[in-house]
Design a protein around this ligand. Structure first.
Ligand code: 5AD
Ligand code: SF4
Length: 441
């Protein structure tokens, strides 16, 4: 019987994409995926280190793997991704039952390791170029990620990513376009361009520098592509050229993830975000002018060292002013090796962080709920993803705004339909498949 692997993925979309590549690569080596960790010959973890909570969750899983290995000594345990990179060789000291550890840029090294004779503890932590040639096993056949760059050249003082994913390197323009064309040829209708800071794309390319707007336009114009998304941009670099592409191409989705992080200019400065509150609000206004119906999502951190009640109030004010359609909210967590981890003054007590978080979430949810009402009564195009998670007799899909829609109707995953929206909560739209669409079937 083929050897079996099990993989658990933590963290961001970049990690999910890396896991798809690990799966594709393992299957090409003759491994088969199993849904049960206990049955696996190879137990893999693709880890995240963005916040302490991510570390803690992962360690519990790692202990579970250790117990499995105790019962089946031949089991190979592999740990990849950002946590592994941030720990490097300490992984083997602290967790001697781990056989292989590798950073986010070293997915191909996993294959090398598995195909050598001596499977003894080894670590791979040097970036060696893009693993673009790896086969990928896509979670959904009609949706694909396209990694446009690795690493990050920013120096946000709270963030561990520049140290785990290294310096910013763009993938060649023509190579990306060719890959996007190939994906569309395979039946992909939605592509998400992935990078730690997508608008920094192309500046480092030689001899001919490129830019993100060009890439977005060319990918959005590929015949047969229906939707293009991207994540994440940096507000500093979100310029009119990108918004023009949004406005001109129907394929470029009307959703922008614009990470605010904080609403106080003082805190933004301490975070080294390179924009202040006014600049952020100006960007939002510029984007809304070009793409009036755009949906904004964001990331916000509460309790950054030195954040006073007044600073926090300013975060709430910016949220009220922008009215985000959704937001990911985080409690500040000191990460090893980051600048903010060394700040000793003005640390915000945990209870205060928790209390601010609750207040922030209330504002976010109220705004998201209000914003979502603009969709009620509209007929919207929805890309069907499959059955609804809460009620399998209904379908679930997504609008261009990245809003989840639950509706009664028919249709295969990966196809489009039109849905009349009848109600909306902060998270989900509810609707009915439109009669015109039904008649066409
Ligand atoms: N503490 C809390 N949140 C963080 N993020 C990144 N680093 C930290 C940290 N040290 C958040 C940011 C980022 C998102 C992916 O995670 O909001 O945009
Ligand atoms: Fe993704 Fe950042 Fe987590 Fe790495 S640390 S997996 S880049 S969220």
């Amino acid at each position: 019987m083929a050897k079996q692997f099990h993989i658990t993925t933590f963290g961001c979309q970049m990690n999910e994409h890396d896991s798809e590549r690990m799966k594709g690569m393992l299957e090409s080596l003759g491994y088969a995926e199993t849904g049960e960790r206990g049955d696996a010959d190879l137990i893999l973890f693709n880890t995240c280190s963005i916040r302490e909570k991510a570390d803690e969750r992962f360690i519990a899983h790692l202990h579970d793997a250790k117990i499995i290995k105790r019962g089946r000594p031949g089991t190979v345990i592999g740990v990849g991704g950002c946590w592994a990179q941030s720990m490097k060789d300490l992984v083997f000291e602290q967790f001697p039952f781990v056989d292989v550890a590798f950073g986010p840029g070293q997915v191909p090294k996993l294959a090398e390791f598995l195909t050598t004779d001596s499977i003894s503890a080894q670590g791979f932590f040097e970036f060696e170029g893009f693993p673009a040639h790896l086969p990928t096993k896509r979670e959904r056949p009609h949706q694909a990620w396209l990694q446009i760059s690795v690493g990050c050249h920013m120096k946000c003082s709270y963030c561990i990513v520049p140290s785990t994913r290294g310096r910013h390197v763009s993938r060649p323009f023509d190579e990306l376009v060719a890959e996007a064309e190939r994906l569309v040829g395979e039946g992909v209708v939605e592509i998400t361009l992935l990078g730690q800071n997508v608008n920094a794309y192309g500046r480092d390319l030689r001899p001919e520098p490129r830019n993100f707007a060009e890439l977005l336009r060319v990918v959005g114009e590929i015949p047969g592509i229906k939707r293009v998304r991207y994540t994440s941009p940096h507000p500093q670099d979100m310029k009119r050229d990108v918004i023009d592409v949004h406005a001109e191409l129907d394929t470029v989705c009307q959703h922008i993830h614009l990470p605010l992080q904080a609403g106080s200019s003082r805190i933004l400065k301490a975070m080294r975000r390179t924009y202040d509150r006014e600049r952020f609000l100006d960007r939002v206004a510029m984007i809304r002018e070009g793409v009036p119906d755009v949906a904004f999502s964001t990331d916000i951190i509460v309790g950054f060292p030195g954040e006073t009640e007044e600073d926090f109030q300013q975060t709430l004010e910016v949220c009220e002013a922008v009215q985000f359609d959704s937001a990911f909210t985080f409690i500040f967590s000191a990460r090893r090796g980051t600048e903010a981890a060394d700040i000793t003054e003005g640390l915000v007590p945990h209870e205060v962080k928790v209390e601010r978080m609750q207040r922030l979430v209330e504002v976010i949810q109220r705004n998201a709920h209000e914003r979502a009402q603009r969709f009620v009564g509209r007929t919207m195009e929805v890309l069907i993803e499959g059955p609804s998670r809460t009620d399998p007799s209904r379908l679930r899909g997504r609008t261009t705004h990245n809003k989840a829609v639950n509706f009664e109707g028919f249709g295969e995953p990966g196809t489009f339909t039109t849905v009349e929206i009848v109600s909306a909560t902060s998270q989900t739209l509810m609707g009915e498949q439109s009669l015109v669409d039904l008649a066409l079937r």
